[in-house]
Ligand binder design. Structure first.
Ligand code: HEM
Length: 358
């Protein structure tokens, strides 16, 4: 009897590994790269094109940051209740003359200008192009996850309507309601905000373009979750602008939306849980991005080409309190969670340099 049961287990296990082997069958492309599906082969030259012509040779610079922001602004134009746009369909690129007029898309014009000529050299749909560019740009940032990339979005049919992209002046209830309307939980919204670790603002205060949201805008680390919690004392540019609150560091901008989300009882504990947990942040961001980048799409028709996305470089350093800061400066909004122990960099408080475009 026991033997009979054991042999069933062995058969099931064998069956599973055989079907996994069938599922993971690989294709060698004419260019020599190996991928999961023949249709993905056409993407390797596009990845090279993006790295050469858009990302200055695989940098985690302004264009990579903006490509990630563009993917969000494209996809979020969607509602699970219907009546909004087509989601992750590239409408922001194809119908840019309409969508660029929306207030929340301020500053997006530069990346559209950069992407359009590259897009025209490919045979991809606008949606596939925008979301591949975001995955490749993000992969240039040390510490980032290798984002999923699904191929096969049809061309967008219409522009997204206005008022789907959250604004930094919005309150937490408004922001979470917009994310919920697009199908995201408060926790997924916070996970997506990990993106602000590789980010800077050009138009919140136009006198200081390229002002980063944390002191390490070229690495996908958890520094953003720490620095948004530090007591603010200054505005980096021309006084207080709409959507901006006091920042802890010269040269750094704190968005009002990031701050209120870090302090709100609905989101504060998850925010704090990510402060020194790189693996968790990367995992949760990757999962939420996988959902964002196929929003509104018929996923049964898409092909998983994630293996064309380059492997991101590893992070080499642990996060730190910027010089002169310590746990005493943290505005804790989740007292029930122990705050992690983090070392402080030696020396005087730094001034964070801007992220300059190429
Ligand atoms: C509450 C939701 C959000 C608000 C209010 C918000 C707001 C902003 C603002 C105001 C900027 C600066 C724009 C400028 O002045 O140039 C910005 C930049 C950025 N955002 Fe968000 N954002 C939100 C969520 C997201 C999400 C979900 C993502 C991606 C998944 C994202 C990715 C980025 C990136 C990468 C940048 C930097 C772009 C660059 O440096 O060129 N944001 N965001």
């Amino acid at each position: 009897m026991l033997f009979a049961r054991l042999s069933t287990v062995v058969t099931i296990a064998l069956g599973t590994s055989l079907s996994n082997a069938a599922l993971t069958k690989r294709v060698t492309c004419a260019t020599g790269q190996v991928t999961a599906h023949a249709a993905c082969c056409a993407l390797f030259p596009v990845v090279d094109l993006l790295q050469d012509q858009l990302f200055d040779g695989a940098e985690c610079g302004e264009e990579a940051h903006s490509a990630l922001r563009l993917a969000f602004h494209d996809a979020i134009g969607f509602s699970i209740h219907g009546g909004k746009g087509g989601g992750a369909d590239g409408s922001i690129l194809a119908f840019n003359s309409t969508e660029l007029q929306f207030h929340a898309n301020g500053g997006i014009d530069e990346i559209i200008e950069g992407q359009f000529p590259v897009f025209q050299q490919t045979k991809l749909s606008a949606g596939d192009f925008v979301h591949l560019a975001a995955a490749v740009g993000t992969a240039n940032c040390p510490g980032a996850p290798r984002l999923q990339f699904m191929l096969g979005r049809p061309p967008p049919r219409v522009a997204a309507p206005d008022l789907t992209v959250p604004e930094p002046t919005d309150d937490v209830t408004t922001i979470l309601a917009r994310f919920a309307d697009a199908g995201f939980s408060p926790r997924e919204a916070v996970a997506l905000l990990s993106s602000h670790t590789v980010a800077a603002a050009d138009v919140v205060d136009v006198t200081i373009p390229g002002t980063p949201f944390d002191s390490t805008p070229f690495t996908f680390d958890t520094q953003i979750f720490l620095e948004v919690l530090l007591k603010g004392s200054l505005f980096p540019g021309n006084g207080s602008q709409p959507g901006e609150v006091l920042s802890p560091l010269a040269g750094e901008m704190r968005l009002q939306s990031d701050f209120v989300i870090s302090q709100d009882p609905r989101t504060a504990c998850f925010w704090q849980a990510l402060v020194a947990n790189e693996n968790r942040m990367v995992r949760e961001f990757k999962d939420a991005m996988a959902k964002l980048q196929v929003l509104g799409q018929d996923t049964r028709r898409l092909i998983d080409c994630s293996d064309v996305v380059p492997q991101p470089p590893q992070l080499k350093t642990a996060i730190t309190f910027p010089a002169s800061f310590s746990q005493e400066d943290v505005q804790i909004a989740c007292p029930q969670l122990p705050f992690p122990s983090i070392a402080t960099v030696a020396g005087p408080a730094p001034t964070v340099p801007p992220v300059l475009g190429s």
